[in-house]
Write a protein that binds this ligand. Structure first.
Ligand SMILES: *Cc1c(COP(=O)(O)O)cnc(C)c1O
Ligand SMILES: [Zn+2]
Length: 391
C-alpha cells in the first residue's frame, strides 16, 4: 500500500532528502523530519475509523513512515493509560492527568521510537544498527532488534542503571560500557559504525524514532476526545518526545482533527544537566554543551542534545516553558506519586510533577488548567532510586 511520506526535510537549511534510502542527518548537520501528504491522509482516513483499530500506536499508521504499515515490528507499544490524578490535582488546583508510559514493552516510552526505527530499518534492508544510550533506549532497541532479527550494538555509560545493562544482554545485544557520558558513547558508536558498516541510529541521527514518539501526542489528543490539553509536561533528555508531540499537534491541526490552540509544551530537566532550560532562559536559539552533567534521572543526562534547537523552537511556538528541578525534589516526587496517586514513576517522570508544582507556584499554570504529566518510564526499572526513598 505504501506510506504517505513525501520526503525528509531539514528544519535548519530547508533541503529535502529522499526517504526511500537510508538517511541520517542533513549535510548541514541538522536532524531530518518526516513530511507527509496530509491532504491525502485526510482523504484516506477519519478520526472515527481510527477509534476502532488495533490497540497500539500503529492505529495511526497513515501518520507513520512504513511502506507496509500492516506489518510493523511490534510488541504492542503505545495506547498507554491516560487518567486523572484527582487527589493531587485537587491539592494543586489543577485538572491534572498522567499518561503512564511505564506500561510499554521494556517499561519506557523508548519502545515507541524503537518500534518505528527498527521497523523502518527492516524495510530499508538494514541488518545492524548501533546506538549510544543513557540506558533505556538501549534496552528498547535491543528488544525490537531481537524481534526483527536485526543486530543491535549499544554503547552505554558504565554508571547507567544496572537494569539497563542486564536487559540489553538478555535481549542478545552487543553491549560496550563507556567511561563517560552518552556523548562519549556517541563518538565511539559513530567510529565503530563507520568501520563495521552498521547503521548509526543515534537519537535524531536516525529520522524515524521521532515518528514513533510522535504517537504520544496523537494518543493524548484522541484519549481526551480530540481536544488538546492546556499544557503537557515532558522530561527532556535529547528532547525527541517534545519535538514529536509538537509535530503531532501541528499535523492534527492541519488535518482539522483537533480544535483550538496547541498545548503549551513544558520541558523539565535536572538541575545537574539542564542545557535546554539554560538556553530557554537566556533566549538562545541553540543549546550549549553542559559540562559535568550529573543526575540520578539517567534519561535526562544528555549534555549536548543534537535537536536542542528544535525543542527550543517548540517551546517558543507553543508559548511553553522550561524548568529545572533538583535530584532531591525528584526523589521526593517519586514518593508523592507512589503514596498519593498509586503510580510508581521513573525519576524522569516524577520530575514532571515537580515542574508542575513550580509553575503553579509561579502562576505560569492557572487555576483549573488541564495539565498532562508524562511518566516516561516505570519505577520498577530504578530499584536503586526506590531504595533511597523508604517513605
Ligand atoms: C530517554 C528518557 C527520557 C528523555 O527522552 P528524550 O527523548 O531523550 O528527551 C525521559 N524519561 C525516560 C524514562 C527516558 O528513558
Ligand atoms: Zn540542512
Amino acid at each position: 500500500m505504501g506510506s504517505f511520506v513525501r520526503h525528509l526535510s531539514c528544519p535548519r537549511c530547508g533541503r529535502t532528502h529522499d526517504h526511500r534510502v537510508p538517511q541520517t542527518v542533513c549535510e548541514c548537520g541538522s536532524p531530518l523530519l518526516v513530511e507527509y501528504d496530509l491532504p491525502a491522509v485526510g482523504s484516506a482516513v477519519s478520526r472515527d475509523e481510527i477509534a476502532v483499530r488495533r490497540s497500539d500506536m500503529w492505529r495511526y499508521r497513515e501518520l507513520l513512515p512504513l511502506d507496509d504499515p500492516a506489518h510493523p515490528v511490534s510488541l504492542g507499544e503505545g495506547l498507554t493509560p491516560l487518567f486523572p490524578l484527582e487527589r493531587l490535582g485537587a491539592r494543586l488546583g489543577l485538572d491534572l492527568w498522567l499518561k503512564d508510559e511505564g506500561l510499554n514493552p521494556t517499561g519506557t516510552f523508548k519502545a515507541r521510537g524503537a518500534a518505528c526505527g527498527i521497523s523502518r530499518a527492516r524495510e530499508l534492508g538494514i541488518e545492524d544498527v548501533a546506538l549510544p544510550t543513557a540506558g533505556n533506549a538501549g534496552g528498547a532497541w535491543a528488544a525490537y532488534g531481537a524481534a526483527a532479527g536485526i543486530g543491535v550494538h549499544v554503547a552505554m555509560p558504565r554508571d547507567a542503571p544496572e537494569l539497563n545493562r542486564l536487559e540489553c544482554l538478555a535481549y542478545g545485544a552487543d553491549l560496550t560500557l563507556v567511561d563517560g557520558l552518552i556523548s562519549d558513547a556517541g563518538r565511539l558508536i559513530a567510529d565503530r559504525a563507520a568501520a563495521e558498516g552498521w547503521f548509526d541510529a543515534a537519537t535524531l541521527r536516525e529520522p524515524y524514532r521521532i515518528e514513533g514518539k510522535k504517537t504520544l501526542g496523537l494518543e493524548i489528543a484522541e484519549q481526551l476526545g480530540w481536544e488538546a490539553p492546556s499544557a503537557i509536561v515532558y522530561p527532556a533528555g535529547g528532547g525527541v518526545g517534545a519535538v514529536g508531540i509538537w509535530r503531532a499537534f501541528e499535523q492534527l491541526r492541519e488535518l482539522g482533527w483537533v480544535r483550538g490552540d496547541p498545548p503549551r509544551l513544558i520541558v523539565v530537566q535536572a538541575e545537574g544537566c539542564a542545557p535546554i532550560v539554560r538556553a530557554f532562559e537566556r533566549g538562545d536559539e541553540e543549546t550549549e554543551p553542559w559540562s559535568g552533567a550529573e543526575t540520578l534521572a539517567a534519561g535526562l543526562r544528555v549534555p549536548s542534545p543534537l535537536g536542542g534547537f528544535l525543542v527550543l523552537r517548540a517551546l517558543r511556538e507553543t508559548k511553553g516553558s522550561a524548568v529545572a528541578v533538583s535530584d532531591a525534589t525528584i526523589v521526593e516526587m517519586v514518593g508523592v506519586l507512589a503514596r498519593d496517586a498509586g503510580v510508581l514513576a521513573a525519576p524522569e517522570g516524577a520530575a514532571t510533577l515537580a515542574a508542575a508544582i513550580q509553575l503553579r507556584d509561579r502562576g505560569e499554570l492557572g487555576e483549573g488548567e488541564r495539565v498532562v504529566l508524562l511518566n516516561t518510564g516505570s519505577g520498577l526499572k530504578y530499584p536503586e532510586v526506590l531504595a533511597t526513598n523508604r517513605g
